[in-house]
Design a protein around this ligand. Structure first.
Ligand SMILES: NC(=O)C1=CN([C@@H]2O[C@H](COP(=O)(O)OP(=O)(O)OC[C@H]3O[C@@H](n4cnc5c(N)ncnc54)[C@H](OP(=O)(O)O)[C@@H]3O)[C@@H](O)[C@H]2O)C=CC1
Ligand SMILES: CC(C)CCC[C@@H](C)[C@H]1CC=C2C3=C(CC[C@@]21C)[C@@]1(C)CC[C@H](O)C[C@@H]1CC3
Length: 259
């Protein structure tokens, strides 16, 4: 049974899922659903919307190209680093409940493609200077997101890897160490910060006349704040005093000097 989805509250447990890894033989439903169907479906829906725009208006708009390109990069990155999902709380702690079943298979492809859907019905003229600024925002977000995720994954796989061996760490009672310099010394969730900056870059090509393309950014902020709180609780249980020391050393959670 899933440690995260057996609180005794039936609504919460239905949402998070009671069974940790429902399987038929070696086929793990949760692991399969986590990435491939939803992420590939999202890219295909985006592509269909791009082609529909080309059919309606002669060619896809620059804004549509940007949204498609940015989100394709995000999905390609997730699939390229697929094994990293094995250490997420979704796989380790949460059950395969409503959140992941509905989230992976329906929510991701249909709501994450909202910006491309919006552009089909509300064409947004976008000049090259603004497009360049948006690309820069995306590049900064991706640099932080990938840098932080790769630094932690490399460190967890092999702490003496030359790319991470010089980073400062603190020891914990479990024998595992926590990074306290590099990306993980800036805030306690630098990967969330990069992800949020990228989310902003996905919405900006749709202009600022409507709130709908910013839905993802708002929902994602709420999801990450809640996720960060759950992760924090789990790390406190795992690492105890060492986690308190890390929090004193790196006081901000996601955005430096703000949160
Ligand atoms: N687009 C979307 O809808 C979503 C995207 N994401 C993205 O997925 C990725 C994975 O996110 P998620 O699984 O939530 O969390 P993280 O990849 O941030 O993993 C958190 C874990 O990292 C380890 N850790 C934390 N601090 C340190 C440190 N200082 N040094 C070493 N290890 C540390 C701890 O585990 P341990 O010590 O056990 O290794 C902790 O439980 C992120 O990039 C996130 O932005 C996430 C949710 C939704
Ligand atoms: C209100 C909803 C029903 C909430 C659903 C949440 C899910 C959509 C997300 C929970 C964790 C996720 C992760 C990803 C996609 C969204 C869900 C399934 C990634 C696969 C996205 C790509 C990243 O590189 C890894 C993420 C892991 C967590």
């Amino acid at each position: 049974l899933a440690p995260g989805g057996n609180s005794g509250n039936p609504i919460y447990d239905f949402f998070l899922g009671r069974e940790l890894n429902p399987r038929i033989c070696s086929f793990d439903f949760k692991y399969f659903c986590e990435l491939r169907p939803g992420l590939i479906g999202w890219v295909l829906i985006n592509l269909a919307l791009l082609m529909q725009e080309a059919e309606l208006r002669g060619s896809p708009s620059l804004a549509m190209w940007l949204v498609n390109g940015f989100q394709l990069l995000y999905v390609g990155d997730a699939l390229w680093h697929e094994e990293a999902v094995l250490t997420t709380m979704d796989i380790i702690r949460d059950g395969f409940g409503f959140m992941l079943a509905f989230g992976d298979l329906a929510w991701v492809p249909f709501t994450y493609s909202l910006q491309a859907q919006f552009l089909l019905y509300h064409p947004e003229p976008l000049g090259l200077p603004l497009a360049s600024v948006i690309c820069l925002i995306k590049a900064v977000g991706y640099y932080i997101f990938r840098g932080a995720n790769s630094q932690k994954n490399t460190f967890r796989k092999n702490p003496s890897d030359p790319r991470v061996a010089d980073l400062e760490t603190i020891s914990t009672a479990t024998g595992r160490r926590l990074l306290v310099s590099g990306w993980w010394g800036m805030v306690r969730h630098p990967n969330y910060l990069g992800d949020l900056i990228m989310a902003l870059a996905w919405s900006l090509p749709c202009g600022v006349s409507h709130l709908l393309p910013y839905f993802y950014l708002l929902y994602f902020t709420a999801l990450l704040v809640h996720r960060e709180a759950r992760d924090e609780q789990q790390c406190l249980q795992k690492y105890g005093l060492a986690w308190h020391a890390y929090c004193r050393r790196v006081p901000y959670r996601i955005v430096p000097y703000i949160y």
